[in-house]
Each structure stands twice: as C-alpha cells, then as structure tokens.
Design a protein around this ligand. Structure first.
Ligand SMILES: Cc1ncc(COP(=O)(O)O)c(C=O)c1O
Ligand SMILES: [Zn+2]
Length: 389
C-alpha cells in the first residue's frame, strides 16, 4: 500500500507512480506506505498463514499488482541458534540469519526481487548497475526472470563466481580496473532514456526488499526484537532497510514497547568509512582511500547512503566496528567446525565484530544477538583456501 516516496534529507515528496532516482538534493529516497490502512487489512496472525517468501509482507512492499511480482522463491531464511560457538565465546543467545539459502546465494536476492518487480511494474525493460559481485548476480538473474535486459559493471578483482552468474544470466558485463565507484562511473556513461539506473540506493525499492530481513527476524522471534542485529556494511542497504522495516512495524503496533534492537555496522579495517565517521560522531562519511579486504562485498569506500546508515546507528543506540581480515578468517574457520555452517567472509566479519564488542563490554553475555550471514561461502573458493591453509 505504497503512497509516495519521500526524501529523508529535505522532506520533498515524490510521486511513486513514476520512475524515481535520487532526490534533487542528492539523497536516496524512501518508500512510504498507508500504514493506517495496512493495519486494518492485515495482522501478524494473517501473515503467519502465508507462503514462506518475503512476499508474505506484501502490504509493506511497493509492488501494487501481484501479477508483476518476479520471483525465484526468495525469503524466509532460517534463523539458527549457534549455541556451541556462542557458549564458547560467551554469548549463548547468538543467532545466525542464514541468507546463503536465497536464490543466487546471497541476500541481494531480496533487493533484486523487489527492485526488479517494481521496475517491471513501472515499465522498465533494461536496467544497469555497478556491483561488487553478489548484487549483480542477483539483479542479472531477476532481470532475466522478468525478461528484462541488464548491463552490469564490476571490478576485475571481484570474486569469479558472481561474474559467471552474471554472464550466465545473459547480462552485458563490463569489467573495470578499479573499485565499485569506478564501475559506477562506467555505468553512468551507459544510461539513457531506455536504461534504468538500478545502482545501490539510486532507486528507492532495493531497500524495501532488504528490509524484509528485519521483518522476518522479528516474526521468527514471535514478533519480538532481539537486543542487537549485526550487519556487514558496504553500501548499508540492509542496515537502512532493517531500521526502516522495524519502524514501520512499530508504527503498526506489531512490536511490544521498549528499546532495541541496537544495530551494529561491521566493516573491514581495510575499508571502514562508516566506522571512522561513527567514532568521530559525524553525520556523513568521507571516502576511504586504498580500500582492500577479503570480505569483498563490504569494499565500499564511499557509500551513497552514509547519512542513512549513520542515522540508523545513532537512532538505535548502535555502534560500528572494524575487524581485520585475519580475524574474519579465523572466525569463519572456527564457526564452520563448531556449528557446521560455512559463513561467507562478510558473515564471519560479523562474528569477529561480536567478539570485539564482547571484549569491550558493549555486548553482554545475556543478550540475544542476531548476526546476518549475507551469502554463501561457496562463492569465495579463494577466501576458503586462505582460511583453511
Ligand atoms: C555477501 C555480502 N555481504 C554484505 C554486503 C554489503 O551489503 P550492503 O551494500 O547492503 O551493505 C554485500 C554487498 O555486495 C555482499 O555481497
Ligand atoms: Zn531531498
């Protein structure tokens, strides 16, 4: 029950029945819903009876006609206790939301399913975007599913598996000698009246797909919030989305009063613009020079949504931590052995963050903490080889 899009920076209201990019002030836009009417049409009991996909939250998603939904069966991933690892590290209430099981093997499927569906609904026939790998793999797959063309640019240095997925989906692929910002510059030169810019946060609906992680977490916990959600932050779409989704549930009155969850942005010490800005109490982040990390998905030196990420961290009483690659690989190895679940480096980075926050006392042993494993480890054979050698 989408009503309009709104600029969180300058407050301008935008007509959501047209194709939208960013606001004229440069900020990403946020989708808004008629929550009062949503609350009269549906409730948690009705949602509980629906299919195990993210479309169970359709009143809080931007697609107006269900026939426009482009789906590969995305959503409702498991929320797994990790009590053996948790007990050893001093956090028995640790849970992992395992996004590796989604179509195309990462949480990017959520943003792509909703973003492509809404774009198709508004008549888009061709999308273009830069990627660190997983987003491109997901958007190329959903574009193919929608019968839409896709043009994707990614760094040469990105993992090979998503590159092959993009090619397999029939996308037009450009490889750039640089990072995601350089891929973005190349994509801007490919845009035209018939080519829609689906870059991170340059269209409003990818966030809506990603927010369903937050909706699922609270539904899986019996419509309760955990104390903390830990998210590996590159462009930050998932973190912004989770924060937005939980605000919508609070406005609907579907969550009990009380605080939480505190949101944690984990970055690699090789690329930590949000951590640096948070530590300095800033509202904007400065670009990170010479970014490099084994957790390739979070190599985003200048996220467009910096303001929204930082707002979500401050508003939720959260924090931001940077972790070293060696620590990421050590947690990845230990977790696989103790829990039988092989995390992607970005997911393992969250565990490294949890360890550091326990050591500093920011997290306490009695807390219920959800870590998001954003993708499948099998996409990173090289990182696995390094982790196990
Ligand atoms: C596996 C994985 N985790 C985390 C991220 C970061 O996601 P976001 O850009 O929403 O912060 C990415 C982005 O490419 C990714 O592929
Ligand atoms: Zn604006």
């Amino acid at each position: 029950m989408l009503t309009h899009c709104e600029c969180p920076r300058c407050g301008t209201v935008h007509d959501a029945s047209t194709l939208l990019g960013v606001c004229s002030c440069g900020s990403p836009l946020l989708a808004r819903y008629d929550l009062a009417t949503v609350g009269t049409r549906v409730d948690p009991t009705a949602i509980a009876r629906r299919d195990a996909t993210l479309w169970r939250y359709r009143e809080l998603l931007p697609v107006t006609d269900p026939s426009h939904v482009v789906t590969l069966g995305e959503g409702w991933t498991p929320l797994l206790p990790a009590s053996r690892y948790g007990a050893r590290v001093g956090l028995p209430g640790l849970l992992v939301k395992d996004e590796a099981l989604l179509p195309t093997g990462s949480f990017k499927a959520r943003g792509a399913a909703v973003g492509v569906s809404r774009a198709a609904e508004l008549g888009v026939r061709h999308i273009a975007m830069p990627t660190n790998g997983n987003a491109g793999a997901a958007w190329a797959a959903y574009a193919a599913r929608a019968g839409m063309r896709s043009t994707i640019a990614m760094p040469y240095s990105a993992p090979v598996a998503p590159r092959r997925e993009i090619e397999a989906a029939g996308a037009e692929l450009f490889l750039v000698d640089g990072l995601i910002g350089d891929a973005g510059a190349l994509i801007r030169s490919k845009l035209g009246p018939d080519v829609f810019d689906a870059s991170t946060l340059r269209e409003p609906y990818r966030i809506e797909g990603k927010k369903t992680m937050g909706l699922e977490i609270v539904e899986q916990l019996g419509w309760r919030v955990p104390d903390v959600i830990v998210y590996p932050t590159g462009g930050g779409v998932g973190l912004i989305g989770i924060h937005k989704g939980l605000s919508e549930l609070r406005a609907l009155g579907w969550l009990p009063d009380g605080p939480g969850p505190r949101l944690v942005a984990v970055q690699s010490s090789g690329c930590a613009p949000i951590v640096r800005a948070f530590a300095a109490g800033e509202r904007r982040a400065q670009p990170w020079a010479d970014a490099t990390t084994i957790a390739f998905g979070i190599t985003v030196p200048a996220p467009l949504g910096d303001e929204l990420i930082l707002d979500a961290l401050y508003a939720s009483d959260g924090t931001a931590v940077a972790v070293d690659d060696d620590h990421i690989l050590a947690e990845l190895r230990d977790f696989a052995r103790e829990e039988g679940l092989l995390l992607c480096p970005e997911g393992a980075a969250c565990l490294a963050g949890v360890r550091d926050l326990l050591a500093s006392g920011w997290l306490t042993p009695d807390e219920r903490v959800v870590v998001i494993n954003t993708g499948s480890a099998l996409k990173y054979p090289d990182a696995l080889t390094t982790a196990l050698s």
